[in-house]
Design a protein around this ligand. Structure first.
Ligand SMILES: [Zn+2]
Length: 251
């Protein structure tokens, strides 16, 4: 099956060059993207036989073009969302021009996030894995414990190629997943060390772990650290008391 992409004109710090809408053969698309008229028109022009719209998760740079595209083409929507004609939760398989596409539950970035895997090993990761950099896990919707489990789930499927919603396509799929896991474990280790050094609030932890960070990214960094702290609390390794965090081992 031929795989192509059209990138939406929505570049930014989290979307990188913009959202990639992935075209599968002549009939299916994964993540139609933001509801930008020129992007929707480009998809309709490239896919005159579009009949199925898959969505990975609800975020504004992934899902909103689904409804206008459905209206224009009559395509059905398959998604982990209320707007879907077929609602998925992971485990479902669909036939796309003779090739199978499986929905895999990958909570973490958002609670409902779904990745899609073809029978030939092409993995569409949405925002769970990006082609470069890291994805954001913002609690309470984002859950770091779930995210680690989802990365393990994807690795166990041994994909051949990763088609992310943002950043370049990666042929080193398993190595990239390993890098993602190693990066998160390293961040977790830094956090444990910073707590041992006496940092207690998320602002103190952020200063120690990201000392040179642009002020505009402080809140995002603190939310990402909070996601790690929630996971460590779930595991009984960290305790929180009125916004101050302590290692359980130090008590
Ligand atoms: Zn997202």
């Amino acid at each position: 099956m031929k795989i192509r992409s059209i990138t939406a004109p929505n570049p930014g710090p989290f979307t990188l060059t913009g959202t990639h809408s992935w075209l599968l053969g002549d009939t299916a698309i994964i993540d139609p993207g933001p509801a930008i008229d020129s992007h929707i028109a480009a998809i309709i022009e490239a896919m005159p036989r579009l009949d199925t719209i898959f969505i990975t998760h609800r975020h504004d740079d992934h899902a909103p073009a689904a409804l206008p595209l459905k209206q224009a083409t009559g395509a059905r929507i398959i998604a982990p969302l209320d707007i879907a004609d077929v609602r998925v939760a992971g485990g479902e398989a669909f036939d796309i021009e003779g090739e199978s596409l499986e929905a895999i539950a990958t909570p973490g970035h958002t609670r409902e996030h779904i990745c899609y895997l073809t029978s030939t090993g092409a993995l569409f990761t949405g925002d769970t894995i990006l082609g470069e950099g890291t994805t954001v896990i913002f609690p309470p919707d984002g859950d770091m414990g779930d995210y680690f489990r989802s990365l393990a789930t994807l690795r166990a499927r041994n994909p051949r190629r990763i088609h992310p919603a943002h950043g370049p396509t990666r042929d080193d799929a398993v190595a990239l997943i390993d890098e993602y896991i190693a990066h998160r474990l390293e961040r977790e280790r830094q956090l444990i060390d910073a707590l041992g050094d006496g940092a207690k609030s998320t602002a103190e932890l952020r200063k120690q772990i990201y000392p040179q960070l642009d002020e505009r990214l402080h809140r995002a960094a603190e939310l990402q650290l909070t996601a790690h702290l929630v996971k460590l609390q779930q595991e009984g390794r960290v305790r929180e008391d009125s916004g101050r965090y302590l290692r359980a081992a130090d008590e």
